[in-house]
Design a protein around this ligand. Structure first.
Ligand SMILES: [Zn+2]
Ligand SMILES: [Zn+2]
Length: 138
């Protein structure tokens, strides 16, 4: 699979059965739709996954001058959606539901925002966030 930003080959990274595709050039991360769900499950944020997915799918496209990117799976132009709050992350979503692209750092930002809303299972959340930080090197 190729990076939608710079066309580098994406490398597969695995942790706790979560597989994600990472670009070593721009540090972006591609999640297949199911993988993002697994990630949130491992953070005990399953209900937030549903919540976030709905926000992503139902929200209007973000107004941005950022270039439209193509889904690494089907090559359709992806939607730009904004999620989170201060700062807002701009993510790319395949309109056919293949998955989500996060620019380097955005996934951490989004998950940290969500994790801050929860108090239980801090340890497992921190482990996953540490893992992502390690992969993405933010
Ligand atoms: Zn890249
Ligand atoms: Zn697609």
């Amino acid at each position: 699979m190729r990076c939608p930003v710079d066309k580098s080959d994406l490398i597969v990274v695995e942790y706790n059965k979560i597989e994600l595709d990472h670009c070593t050039q721009c540090h972006g991360v591609w999640f297949d739709a199911g993988e993002l769900e697994l990630l949130f499950k491992s953070l005990d944020l399953e209900s937030y996954y549903q919540f976030m997915r709905d926000i992503i799918l139902d929200s209007d496209e973000a107004k941005t001058s950022e270039k439209r990117r193509k889904c690494p799976i089907c090559s359709s132009r992806m939607w730009k959606k904004s999620i989170g709050e201060q700062p807002v992350a701009l993510i790319d979503v395949c309109r056919h539901g293949h998955g989500f692209w996060f620019d380097g750092g955005e996934v951490i930002q989004v998950i940290k925002q969500l994790a801050e809303k929860l108090t239980s299972k801090q340890d497992s959340q921190h482990r996953v966030i540490d893992f992502l930080g390690e992969v993405i090197k933010v």
